[in-house]
Write a protein that binds this ligand. Structure first.
Ligand code: AMP
Ligand code: GLY
Length: 427
């Protein structure tokens, strides 16, 4: 069968790479893809926002399954458009994708269904938000309502930082007018974060193994928020048996049931960002897709056939499936471009990719372009350097040797991906 992967990041390269390994797949197409995906399948020059063109392509080319990587096409309704044409699309409907598209909707959904989350207030006037910040006069989290590529959230240490965030979101419209029309202001939660992914078929959900992201730009969780600077999986010992029970009973099940009850059953992969606090698990956010770079580590470890699993979700048959994992640890180190996340230093020639592969790493492409046979930087996150093996130490060694072998002007990365576990052991 033929499979179409929609997107062009490291996540989509990893998805296409895994899809290609399925014995039932004959051909993989990636729209629009990148120089990395061109090595596993055929890139198709259609943008992720061109929903009708994507559906036309799927119909004309006999695509059996379309897998959507990023949130934008989902929030634009790609899943509904494909369904209307009788095409199988792995990803939630536009209505269910609202969980990611609007922080206000997400928080109100959590409240409506009694799912644990940080206490919050919603403001649609900057002056009211400023007045509230003065009243609290302490640390607060400010979140722009709409999509902001993971950058619309400020964890403010004090009132001045919170005021500044409100100004940027609601007065300077740094994330656009729509995203800045409302803000969520919430309490700061303390604890460790974990990304949980569940495959969902509308009624049933199957949890995937855990992965942990490192969102800040610099070592030790310093610096600005990014899309994600690295991940590892599994994350043993992070959740207590009680947390695991809570995760299913108080978070995943009520989310599925709540969406079903509201007439927008969830089909696809649900990503729940959680904070493990002293008073239990709290939902930080939902995303309606795989995380990037978490996905890369999960694809390196998934033993089951991804295509069979996605088809089971689309066909409502997830209860007949089990998910098997390779008994390995996987790591992904993000290599970003100079200036990221504020800016991107593009057009820098990248060398050392063959050396990285020879060292045993699997390198997924993200913001790269093939310029007359030379791979150059062309985005914020440039490459995902991944490795899998017997232990976290072993995979760190391989991934960082490969990271050092890859060279381009402005290269930024974190040296401490996967180190949190050691820090935890030491506590
Ligand atoms: P979000 O997009 O809502 O997940 O926020 C992005 C990041 O901001 C999260 O991954 C956390 O690191 C941080 N964050 C969000 N909400 C809170 C909160 N209430 N307390 C502490 N940190 C938070
Ligand atoms: N790595 C976090 C995300 O994909 O949103």
């Amino acid at each position: 069968m033929k499979v179409l992967v929609v997107g062009s990041g490291g996540r989509e390269h990893a998805l296409a790479w895994k899809v290609k390994q399925s014995p039932i797949v004959t051909e993989v197409f990636i729209a629009p893809g990148n120089p990395g995906t061109a090595t596993v399948g055929t890139n198709v020059p259609i943008k992720v926002t061109e929903i009708d063109k994507l559906a036309d392509f799927a119909q004309t080319n006999g695509i059996t399954l379309t897998l959507v990587g990023p949130e934008i096409p989902l929030t634009l309704g790609i899943s509904d458009a494909f369904k209307a044409r009788g095409l199988a699309c792995f990803g939630p409907s536009k209505a269910a994708s609202k969980l990611e598209a609007s922080k206000v909707e997400m928080k109100e959904f959590l409240r409506r269904h009694n799912i644990p989350t940080a206490a919050f207030k919603v403001f649609n006037k900057a002056e009211d938000a400023h007045a509230y910040i003065d009243e609290v006069d302490g640390p607060l989290v400010v979140k722009s309502d709409g999509l902001a590529a993971g950058k619309g959230v400020t964890v403010a240490k004090n009132a001045a930082e919170a005021h500044d965030a409100v100004t940027r979101v609601m007065e300077k419209f740094e994330f656009g007018r729509e995203a800045g029309a409302q803000v969520v202001i919430e309490e700061v939660l303390k604890g460790e974060e974990i990304s949980v992914f569940a495959l969902c078929d509308g009624r049933n959900a199957v949890l995937l193994d855990y992965a942990q992201d490192h969102k800040q730009l610099k070592d030790g969780d310093e610096g600005p928020m990014t899309g994600g600077m690295g991940a590892f999986s599994p994350v043993p010992g992070l959740l207590s048996p009680r947390d695991e029970d809570d995760l299913v009973r108080r978070v995943v099940f009520p989310t599925m049931a709540g969406l079903h009850k509201e007439g927008r059953p969830y089909v696809g992969v649900l990503f729940v960002g959680l904070m493990i606090t002293d008073s239990g698990l709290k939902v930080l956010e939902y995303n309606v897709r795989f995380g990037d770079p978490e996905c890369q580590t999960l694809m390196m470890r998934l033993d089951s056939d991804l295509v069979e699993l996605c088809l089971a979700c689309v066909n409502g048959k997830l209860d007949q499936m089990t998910v098997a994992w390779k008994p390995v640890t996987a790591i992904c180190v993000t290599l970003a471009s100079g200036g990221y996340p504020a800016d991107t230093l593009n057009n820098q020639a990248i060398t050392g990719l063959d050396q990285a592969a020879a060292l045993g790493a699997t390198v997924f492409h993200a913001g790269t372009t093939d310029r007359d046979g030379t791979i150059v930087t062309s985005g914020g996150r440039v490459l995902s350097v991944c490795a899998r093996g017997g232990s976290l130490d072993a995979v760190r060694t391989v991934a960082y040797a490969a990271t050092d072998a890859i060279r381009y002007e402005g290269k930024q990365f974190r040296r401490d991906i996967g180190k949190r576990r050691e820090a935890r052991k030491a506590r």
